[in-house]
Structures are given as C-alpha cells and as structure tokens.
Ligand binder design. Sequence first.
Ligand code: 856
Length: 325
Amino acid sequence: MQHPNRALPAAPVGPDPSPRRPNRLTNRLVRAGLAVLLAAGGLVAAQATGAQAIGAPSVSAQAATNPYERGPAPTNASIEAATGSYAVSRTTVSALSVSGFGGGTVYYPTSTADGTFGAVAIAPGYTAYQSSIAWLGPRLASQGFVVFTIDTLTTLDQPDSRGRQLLAALDYLTQSSSVRARIDSSRLGVMGHSMGGGGTLEAAKSRPSLQAAIPLTGWNLDTTWPEIKTPTLIVGADGDTIAPVATHSEPFYQSLPSTLDKAYLELRGATHFTPNSSNTTIAKYSISWLKRFIDNDTRYEQFLCPLPQPSSAIAEYRGNCPHTS
Ligand code: 856
C-alpha cells in the first residue's frame, strides 16, 4: 500500500516571504490535517472496493490456514512412506569450509515454489560419521524440511561438544550456507543418535528458541533435563545395552518439565543401533513431531494424540495430550 503522505504535494521551492515560524507551524498543521483526511479517505475507499481494511476481522467461514504448513494433508501411509511429496536435492559442506563442527550434507526440497522450510541438524554417535544417520536426510527432507546431517570435529567428541556443534551447524546453515534463503531461521530443530542424542539434549538446553528436539537412543551421563523448554520426543530401544532406557531415555523423559510438550517412544525389538538404519517407526513419529512443533502443523496431531498404543513396533509410549504449544 502506498504511504498516504506520498500523495501530498512537495514543499514549495524558493524563499518564504512571510515570517517563518508561524508559517512553518501552519504548514505542518495543514499537512497533518490533510494526512488524516487522506488516511480516512483511503479506509473508506478500501471498504468501498471490498479490500480488507487493516484490523478488520475476516468474515470468511474458512479457518485461518497455518502459514508454516507444507505439503499435502498427511495420512498414516504418507508418514510411513519411504519418501514424502517433495523431490530432494543435496549439497555437501566440506569440513574445511566451516568452523565449530565437521561439515556435513544438506538435504533439501528441490522446489522453491512453497516458500521457506523449517530446518533440522542431526548428529551421529561416538566414533561414528554422518553416514550412520544419512537415511534420515532424504526421509525427512522429502516431507518438507531442510535437513543437515553433520560430522563432528572428532568422532570422540562428548555430548556437550556435540550439542555446541549442532548449534554451530544450524548457525552455518541459516546464515552462510547456499540454501540459507530456503530456510525459516525461526523454525529449527535438533536430532542425534546416541552421544549425538545426548548432544541434542545439550543443544536444546542451551538454545530454548529451538522448536523441536529428538534424541535417538540418546546417551548422556547427565540424566536430568528440567531446564529444557523445547518440545522433546525421546526415542529409546527396549534392547539397548549401551544406553539402556532405564538409565538414559527414561530418566531423560521423566526429568523434562511436566508442563512441556514431551513424549517417550520405546521401540520394541530394537537395539542401540536401530536408529542407524531406515526405520518406519522412528520416521513416522519424528516426522509427526517435527511437523507438529517446527511447522505448528496440527494436521499431524492425530498421529501423536491420543498416545500411540503398544504394538509389534512400540514397547511403550508416554506423553502429554493434547499438546499445548
Ligand atoms: C555409535 C555412546 C561408556 O559409553 C559408551 O560405551 C558408549 C558407546 C557408544 C556410544 C555411542 O554414541 O554409540 C553410537 O557410534 C557411549
């Protein structure tokens, strides 16, 4: 919309013959009055032409659409599918070109027709590389996220370091990467496997603006996380002997604030290394959690609430319903 003052005539050029002070004031008052009249006229004109006046309520019967939702309405089949609706491209980020983490691979929806996307950084576990979590790149990106699977500075880095590296990776992704214009930097999340899952909790604790966190068979000697403000889905494995749920994922979940949107998914027939291969249960609940909390996409609430029941794939599921954030 054009600024109303633009319609005012330019101030006259040349000397002003009459006493300056009163005339300037008069000019200002006349201008101010004109501006008010023009603004009021603009409102009337907008109403007369059917244009939406600022501040006026919509009379449409349709509910306001969520500006962050991306992709078609989900079904159980669509969140279980090997790929989502978006074709995915990828670009490699050399460790030599970045600082604070070890480089990685960005998977992103190829099309720019749907605007910006939320983004997720994912860290591998102890002694492991991004290849160990690579399946999540195209799996999540094809649902409408920019996904950054990273390498750590050294494969022996501990969870606190992995947490800082996840945040450095998100900062690089949103501020410097070749895909930065495709990302809504206010809608970010973190994930990780094992010590990378421990790092996921560390990252969420230190950056409460993160919108979602998902540790996968997370490992951390710190088992209490009452400071976390980020909606968190804890994924454990019933047969994990490296990060047993009783000493890792369960206390992580229990220590999160009771007021937080949080969930505990325990995979049945699973081990510490289940998150290292394509897994439908991990994918469907990760997609739902990221969509629900990074995109505010309540179309995915149906897969999270009421709480999923135990099944051949789920040993246990805990959480709060309905979600409040
Ligand atoms: C695969 C984390 C005492 O800690 C451990 O033994 C341990 C082992 C492995 C991991 C892990 O991150 O595994 C992921 O690389 C802790």
